[in-house]
Ligand binder design. Structure first.
Ligand SMILES: [Fe+2]
Ligand SMILES: [Fe+2]
Length: 198
């Protein structure tokens, strides 16, 4: 279904950012200093593209509808995904709080940044696998054609009203530039928006 295809395409973009973040951490570990500009860009992509836009679509639209239609909010797969989004936010805060110290070469801040980056990368990779492999197929079976059409429309509104026109493309551009800088293959990323601004 088109609805989960949009979210899966966004996962492919997020995975590229995760690999870049891993390389940013490796670079910081070997040089003893964090590249502040790259780290801030990666955090911005994670906060805006991954959390506000992608997790926003999941939490406020897809998961909300699944709960409305009878899936349990707590204890089930939706509850687990919501819990993991929150865990992710704590790791992002841990990274963000330590960027400036780590960029100055403060070893404690550097270790904290790296620890939170590793935690986030591990969490999100595992989270994405669960959504692609379990939750999205479950949602496909659970939602009617009519529900899916309604949700597609709601996704479009997130892009045009909440995120703003051109935001998706702007962040894809940042991801591609980080990928180029850190030698990460991003050839599978569509530069055309799938869910945003359509
Ligand atoms: Fe998610
Ligand atoms: Fe997701």
């Amino acid at each position: 279904m088109e609805l989960t295809k949009i979210l899966q395409e966004e996962h492919r973009v997020i995975e590229v950012v995760l690999t870049c973040l891993g390389n940013i951490s490796k670079e910081a570990e070997s040089t003893g200093k964090l590249n502040e500009e790259s780290a801030l860009l990666a955090i911005d992509v994670i906060r805006t593209f991954a959390d506000k836009c992608h997790h926003g679509k999941e939490e406020n639209i897809l998961f909300a509808t699944l709960i409305e239609k009878g899936m349990p909010k707590e204890g089930g797969p939706v509850g687990q995904m919501l819990f993991e989004h929150d865990q992710g936010r704590a790791f992002v805060k841990g990274m963000s709080d330590n960027v400036s110290g780590a960029a100055k070469g403060d070893s404690e801040a550097l270790q904290e940044f790296i620890r939170n980056a590793h935690g986030y990368i591990h969490l999100l990779r595992d989270h994405i696998q669960k959504e692609d492999g379990i939750l999205y197929p479950m949602a496909e079976n659970f939602l009617s054609e009519e529900d899916q059409k309604r949700l597609m429309k709601a996704f479009e509104n997130v892009e045009s009203d909440q995120m703003g026109k051109g935001t998706h493309e702007k962040y894809i551009g940042i991801v591609l530039s980080l990928a180029e800088k850190y030698g990460v293959d991003a050839s599978h990323i569509s530069t055309h928006s799938s869910g945003c601004n359509h």
